[in-house]
Design a binder for this molecule. Structure first.
Ligand code: SAM
Length: 280
C-alpha cells in the first residue's frame, strides 16, 4: 500500500485526481511496485451477493447488461459474465484494461478505457446492473464528489446499483491525504444513490483487512434483480407511513437509518439496515 499512498498523496497535492492510477499500474507491470488491490480473485462480497440470500438464489444475468466501474484487471467483471450478463468493464487506467484483456483472453467482457467523471453519453440509463467496488474510496476532494454523483447515471429503469466499499467509522472523518483509501460515510452512500431507492444496506466487518464495509444496493424504480428472501419482513418493519424521500435526509442519513436485523454470518458481525424514508 505504501507506493499507492505515496502516489495518491502526491496527486492530491498536485491537483491531478486520477492520473496516479495509471502510474501505479505501469509500475506494477514493470515489476517495480505492487498494485495492492490486484489479488487475482473476485471480491468475495460480490460473489456472496450474486449467490443470493443464503446462497440459494443465484443471480441470473441472461438478457441483462452490467457495467463494472473501475474494473481494474477484471476479476469482478468475469464473475458477472459467468452469470450470463453482457458485461462492460471500464477503467481510467489503460494499463489495467490491457492487463484485463491479457488475463482473460477468451472473455466475453467488453473491457474499455473510460472515466467515471466523464462517462460516454450512450451509457446513460443503459445498464440493468452497475457495480462499484472500491473505485470511489481512493478518490479525494472534488473528484470523489463527482464520482459519487456519477454512479447512478448508467442505471436503467428497474436496474440496480451495487456499491461495495470500506465504511467510515463516523460521519465526519478526518481525512489524511497520506492515508488513502478513505472509507465512505453514510452520507456518501446517499450521494451515490442520487434518485435511486435504497433496497438494502449492509454494514459488516470484512475479512482482509478486518475493517468495516458497506454493501449497498439501490434500485431505480420498483423492479429488483433479486429481492432478498427476508426483504418484505425487513421493509415492513422499517417503512415509514409516508415513505417519501425527505430533502433534509440527504445530509443526515445515519440519524435516520434503522436497524432491520443483526446477526452472525461466517463469523463476521453484520447488520442489515434500511433507510426508512427510502423504502417502498
Ligand atoms: C482501488 S482500485 C479497485 C479496483 C477494482 N474495482 C477492485 O475492487 O479490485 C480503483 C480502480 O478504479 C480505477 N479508477 C479510479 N478513478 C477512476 C475513474 N475516474 N474512472 C474509471 N476508473 C477509475 C483505478 O484505475 C483502479 O483500477
Amino acid at each position: 500500500m505504501f507506493r499507492a499512498r505515496q502516489l495518491a498523496a502526491a496527486s492530491v497535492a498536485g491537483g491531478d485526481d486520477t492520473g496516479w492510477f495509471e502510474k501505479l499500474y505501469a509500475e506494477g507491470e514493470a515489476g517495480t511496485s505492487v498494485v495492492p488491490w490486484v489479488l487475482g480473485e473476485p471480491n468475495e462480497s460480490l460473489v456472496e451477493w450474486a449467490a443470493g440470500p443464503d446462497g440459494t438464489r443465484r443471480l441470473d444475468g441472461r438478457g441483462k447488461r452490467a457495467l463494472i466501474v473501475g474494473c481494474g484487471t477484471g476479476d469482478d467483471a468475469e464473475v458477472l459474465a459467468g452469470l450470463g450478463f453482457a458485461v462492460t468493464g471500464f477503467d481510467i487506467a489503460p494499463t489495467a484494461i490491457a492487463a484485463a484483456r491479457r488475463l482473460h483472453p477468451d472473455s466475453a467482457v467488453r473491457y474499455q478505457v473510460a472515466d467515471l467523471l466523464d462517462l460516454p453519453p450512450e451509457w446513460s440509463g443503459a445498464f440493468d446492473l452497475v457495480v462499484e467496488i472500491y473505485t470511489v474510496q481512493p478518490l479525494f476532494g472534488e473528484a470523489r464528489a463527482r464520482a459519487l454523483a456519477a454512479l447512478h447515471g448508467p442505471v436503467a429503469p428497474g436496474g440496480t446499483l451495487l456499491v461495495i466499499s470500506w465504511a467510515a467509522d463516523d460521519e465526519s472523518p478526518e481525512r489524511d491525504p497520506a492515508m488513502m483509501p478513505w472509507p465512505l460515510t453514510g452520507a456518501e452512500l446517499d450521494a451515490a444513490a442520487g434518485p435511486l431507492r435504497a433496497r438494502r444496506i449492509e454494514r459488516f466487518t470484512g475479512r482482509v483487512p478486518p475493517l468495516p464495509r458497506w454493501r449497498a444496493e439501490f434500485a431505480r424504480g420498483p423492479a429488483a434483480l433479486h429481492r432478498p428472501a427476508d426483504s418484505r419482513r425487513l421493509t415492513a418493519s422499517t417503512t415509514r407511513p409516508a415513505a417519501r424521500r425527505h430533502p433534509s435526509a440527504r445530509h443526515r442519513p445515519t440519524a435516520r437509518v434503522r436497524r432491520g436485523s443483526r446477526g452472525q454470518r461466517d463469523g463476521r458481525a453484520w447488520m442489515v439496515a434500511y433507510h426508512g424514508w427510502l423504502s417502498p
